[in-house]
Design a protein around this ligand. Structure first.
Ligand code: RUB
Length: 256
């Protein structure tokens, strides 16, 4: 595939959420940028997913001359450190509730499983794009017991109602880390609030390169993701992310 085609393919896959999650987006965008390292391609890549400081941080570093190898090494080094910290938090027989699909979360769960920890995972679908299915499939593939809930069952799942066991911990990824809280997939704030009501600790598991001092724009996505060919006159909203205040978070686990 020629360079331009490859660049466009990556850009399309990021836009269409075939490549998803802050870390994967940043990694792939870096690959695209390295094909055409210019201000124009940087702008184009940044516009694909506005709620992604890690994408911006990584492209800034590449622009300033940091080598691709160095940047790529950070992703794996950071994940390894995060894995060790998460391993200490998970107790045998824990039920861990998570949402959407976060590579930082999923990798640390798989690491804990491979280190012999026994736990199970509750996952919500994460409509409209169902990234929760990706998480569930990866759990299954790694022989981690997993139960899926529809998003509207967040309260049922976190309260241990209707014969469900109450989760012990909530693990959420993050698109952005800020001084006042974090940004993650829509549903995360509701989860954090209901977890607090139920005295379930919420841990954010995220690479520190997601940190920003800037205001984080919250992406609104295409309406046809919610209802393709909806009758005319129906207003549809599709907010993709939301802010979770620090007061709902027990700990933010980064590599630092
Ligand atoms: C994914 C999402 C993830 C964070 C962190 O949203 O909200 O929790 O991006 O992911 P989307 P990671 O599917 O819309 O990109 O840990 O992979 O960086």
């Amino acid at each position: 595939m020629d360079k331009k085609k490859r660049f466009n393919q990556i850009a399309r896959d990021i836009k269409d959420v075939k490549i998803q999650g802050a870390r994967n987006i940043a990694k792939k965008a870096l690959e695209a940028y390295s094909l055409f390292p210019s201000k124009k391609s940087k702008r184009e890549l940044l516009n694909l997913r506005p709620t992604e400081p890690m994408l911006e941080n990584v492209l800034d570093m590449a622009e300033e001359g940091k080598s691709l190898e160095e940047i790529r090494k950070h992703f794996s080094d950071a994940q390894e450190k995060i894995n060790e910290k998460v391993l200490k938090i998970i107790k045998n027989n824990d039920i861990i509730f998570t949402h959407c699909h976060s590579t930082n979360v999923v990798n640390s769960l798989i690491y804990a499983k491979n280190k012999g920890k026994k736990f199970e995972v509750y996952i919500t679908e994460s409509r409209p794009l169902f990234q929760g299915r990706k998480t569930a499939s990866q759990m299954r593939k790694n022989k981690i017991k997993v139960t899926m809930f529809v998003d509207s069952a967040i309260d049922v799942a976190l309260s241990g109602e209707q014969g469900n066991k109450k989760p012990d911990k909530v693990f959420l990824g993050a698109d952005a880390l800020t001084k006042k809280g974090i940004v993650n997939k829509i549903g995360s704030e509701l989860i954090a609030k209901i977890a607090k009501q139920n005295k379930i600790p919420v841990y954010i598991i995220a690479d520190s390169w997601k940190f920003t001092n800037k205001k984080v724009p919250l992406e609104n996505r295409k309406l046809n993701e919610i209802w393709d060919k909806a009758p005319k006159g129906i207003k549809i909203k599709n907010p993709a992310f939301e802010f979770v205040e620090n007061k709902f978070i027990k700990k933010i686990i980064t590599e630092k």
